[in-house]
Design a protein around this ligand. Structure first.
Ligand SMILES: [Zn+2]
Length: 216
């Protein structure tokens, strides 16, 4: 499916998409653990990510909070100091209110940029670890260091998925990962799953995490 063929996720709110507004937060279930999944963080990324969160089913235990469209205005990177306080302020508000144990961002990328995201020199280039390639063009990485330490305890699971734009298999695979994550009880439980299914990527995720917090 081409990106232009993806339907407007809010067909009944005409003009809505021009206001760069916020689609609201949906909350399923109750109690701990609390998981917060967000998509459509900037620019046109909502086209490949928003619908995935809109079609997710409620979790069997704990809470699942969803913000399917954070902002569709001008593209500002989550590595920029003003992203979260401005374009992404609904995310900060949700994190402060909910104090989630599991926090997931869905992003999308163009195929030609894969080297920029998953190339081994990313750490030297921009000071952020490279993404790991999971499957079907889906990349797994950490969230922006600008929010990781300041807003989450060390034990929280914070991940970012990059979906390949216009790739339906990429979306389907991400939906499968989210089905697992919405039932996950803790960071360690998901890391165990990752170690079994994607050992190399799990090792890298653990390394990145240790590097960020320093060896203890
Ligand atoms: Zn993004």
């Amino acid at each position: 499916m081409k990106a232009d063929e993806i339907k407007d996720p809010f067909p009944n709110k005409s003009g809505y998409l021009d206001e760069h507004a916020y689609s609201g937060m949906k909350i399923y279930g109750n109690g701990r653990p609390i998981r917060l999944f967000v998509a459509g963080l900037h620019g046109d990324e909502w086209k490949d990510t928003t619908e995935i969160l809109e079609s997710i089913e409620p979790p069997k235990t704990g809470t699942l909070a969803l913000i399917p469209l954070v902002n569709n205005g001008k593209y500002v990177s989550t590595l920029e100091a003003d992203y979260y306080p401005e374009a992404g302020k609904q995310i900060l508000k949700a994190i402060e209110e909910l104090k989630p144990e599991i926090y997931i961002e869905l992003h999308s990328y163009s195929r030609e940029n894969i080297e920029k995201l998953a190339g081994k020199d990313r750490l030297d280039r921009i000071g952020v670890p490279a993404y790991s390639v999971l499957k079907e063009g889906v990349l797994l990485g950490s969230v922006s260091p600008l929010i990781r330490k300041k807003y989450f305890p060390k034990e929280a699971l914070c991940l970012s998925f990059e979906i390949q734009k216009g790739n339906i298999e990429s979306r389907k695979f991400t939906a499968l990962m989210l089905d697992i994550l919405k039932e996950t009880l803790s960071r360690d439980e998901f890391i165990e799953y990752l170690k079994k299914e994607f050992p190399a990527q799990a090792e890298k995720a653990i390394d990145d995490y240790r590097r960020f917090y320093g060896e203890t």
